[in-house]
Design a protein around this ligand. Sequence first.
Ligand code: FAD
Ligand code: NAP
Length: 339
Amino acid sequence: MSLYLPHFNLQNYNTLASPVCADFFVSVKDEAELMAALKFAKENNLPLLVLGGGSNIVLHDDFPGLAIHIQFMGKELVREDAEHVYIKAAAGENWSDFVDYCLDEQSWGLENLSLIPGNVGAAPIQNIGAYGVELKDVFSELTALEIKSGLSITFTAETCQFGYRDSVFKNALKDQFIITSVTFKLTKTPALKIHYPALRDALTNVSADKITPELVSQIVCDIRRSKLPDPKTIPNVGSFFKNPIVNTTTLAAIQQAFPNVVAYPVDENSVKLAAGWLIDRAGWKGFSQGAAVHEQQALVLTNPNRLRGSAVLEVAELIKASVLTKFGVELEQEPRNYP
Ligand code: FAD
Ligand code: NAP
């Protein structure tokens, strides 16, 4: 039986190390425990905070409800055909460990997504992405428990409505489902994606036949370790803002004043701006006021003093206002605020 811990400090359960308390906390390792937790919340009229690794949330104040830590574990090969393997992972599996497991199994496709913090169950929520690969590229299906009915439902890529750092679980079905497992469609033959400049540069002196998924994974890990603060030592939630997508008219206006603005084409009419570049050029790199802006990557806000998430949100608001004034671009926050 699960323990319902009252007045529980969540500092070790979010990578910003925000020291806020939930009215109750419970860890669940299977569907029966999850159903019991949902019943407890319903009977006591408690709002829910579904927790994976806590690496994409900002806990700015105490949470007046039940925090449910999803700890479903397990991985299995569910089927294979001539070209693909389908591997299912339970929601509580650590994402980075799962990537390493698939590489060990010689099941390819996750290498660019190496070392992203968090758990498998949260990965579809924002369709995690890095170095030109998104979860949707390797996704087969997922199962999720509907909170209202207790039914387990299967979602395809289509019904997940994946977008850029986005899915149906952040929109029409927000707070309605708890993901219990995800099945990935991986390849038996490597199909490497190494077009991102950082990867291309690191591989310039490597001959094509030596470029393997393991090497790509290793390079991604090396780059990430050199640029990103380890949340264990400097609390953070990775990129604090999404890269804004703007139309080409807005881009042209920005280019008048800032010819070097970093932009990548999305389609004929729109481009993706590098939010880190905008924040850096607005002069924020290295800023510190309770929370701070990371020296190596201005898109990452840090919480070195382990303050409540509200301290980080204060800095985020200053940055948003200044980027809007300087470039006329509205930044959208990536991690979700609670309560
Ligand atoms: P949590 O923070 O625990 O939860 C995130 C959201 O998902 C919350 O709303 C939560 O309620 C919900 N949720 C969690 N589990 C479930 C579930 N089982 N069912 C339903 N809802 C659930 N992201 C990228 O996309 N690419 C990157 O390269 C990347 N790099 C990062 C680097 C660092 C250093 C850090 C700290 C973060 C980075 N992130 C990146 C953000 C983050 O790691 C991902 O979004 C990750 O998927 C979050 O997983 P989590 O388990 O920590 O989710
Ligand atoms: P980077 O390599 O310095 O590039 C800056 C931005 O330019 C990235 O955000 C990336 O967009 C975009 N970009 C670069 N090359 C591109 C190309 N060929 N086509 C389209 N867009 C391109 O970025 P970084 O900050 O070091 O991060 C590297 C990767 O890890 C990125 O994919 C980033 O999203 C991911 N990451 C994500 C988080 C997070 O919390 N969400 C944290 C750290 C790193 P995209 O972001 O769209 O890829």
